[in-house]
Each structure stands twice: as structure tokens, then as C-alpha cells.
Design a protein around this ligand. Structure first.
Ligand SMILES: [Zn+2]
Ligand SMILES: [Zn+2]
Length: 154
């Protein structure tokens, strides 16, 4: 497999937050929603989803975003780089911002989400796409399965 094996390391812009991941990613994605456009100050966000238990983060974090219940967005306290998010404290997954990973270029997005908000000049041409978010656990599982096969074929 040409895809790099774990562990993966990453850090924020200033280097005071460091992450380490000991598992293969579950899924890589680009999200075109308006919140991600604002969060990333760009056209879309890049996320690499890992099992929560495989993710270690050191350094001081602050919570940002809207701080709405069940949506936790963590940033470096010093340089304010967006590090990761979680959907609720009980989620078995963590959404790492792909760009902070040392080998970010290996984590090409597999699926794009919220394409109905896509900037009209963005063309990613990814294997999978959704106009909104996947609605069901079965759809999400099919993305995990599809991504695992995609990694195997690299
Ligand atoms: Zn920092
Ligand atoms: Zn989004």
C-alpha cells in the first residue's frame, strides 16, 4: 500500500499543539458548507476522520466556533490554528483538520459534502459526493467501507 502507515504526526502553525495518531484514517473529506468556509477562511475545509482512541493531542487548546451543544471545535490557544472537532463528547471519532498533519498531502479527500454550497469555481472531482451530509449510519458506513477499499487500492 502506497498510503503512509501510522503513526502520523502533526502540529499547529506555532508548534505548541502537537498531535499524534496511531490508526489509519476512517475517512477523508472536503466540506463545502458555509460554516466550514468561514472556519477555514477558504472555499472548503479538509478533514481526516480517525478513531478517537487513536488520537493524542498535547498543548493548550481553546474551544472556538459557536460552542453549540454537541459541536466542539478546538483551536491552539496561542496561534488559533484550528486543530480538530468532535460531534459530541461521546463520539467514537475525531475530525482532525487535515492541513495540520505533517504529511497532509497524502490525505487527499475521498468524499465532498454539502456540495450545494460549493463555490462555483471549485472542482475537486472526488470519488464520492453528497449535496448535504450523509443522512444515515448506513450511508456513513458505506463511505468508511469505500474509503478502506480506496486505501487498499493505492
Ligand atoms: Zn499554535
Ligand atoms: Zn462543513
Amino acid at each position: 500500500m502506497a498510503f503512509p502507515n501510522p503513526p502520523y504526526a502533526g502540529s499547529c502553525l506555532c508548534g505548541s499543539v502537537k498531535v499524534r495518531v496511531t490508526a489509519l484514517p476512517l475517512l477523508t473529506l472536503a466540506c463545502h458548507c458555509r460554516a466550514c468556509q468561514k472556519f477555514s477562511a477558504s472555499a472548503y475545509s479538509l478533514t481526516t476522520m480517525f478513531p478517537k482512541d487513536s488520537f493524542i493531542c498535547s498543548g493548550e487548546l481553546v474551544q472556538g466556533g459557536l460552542r453549540s451543544p454537541g459541536r466542539n471545535h478546538y483551536f491552539c490557544k496561542s496561534c488559533m490554528n484550528f486543530i480538530y472537532s468532535r460531534v459530541g463528547d461521546a463520539s467514537p471519532r475525531v475530525n482532525v483538520r487535515t492541513s495540520i498533519l505533517d504529511n497532509a498531502s497524502s490525505f487527499a479527500p475521498f468524499v465532498e459534502l454539502m456540495t450545494k454550497y460549493k463555490m462555483p469555481w471549485v472542482t475537486l472531482g472526488l470519488p464520492r459526493g453528497f449535496e448535504e451530509f450523509p443522512d444515515t449510519d448506513a450511508e456513513l458506513q458505506s463511505l468508511f467501507d469505500g474509503y478502506a477499499s480506496y486505501l487498499d487500492a493505492l
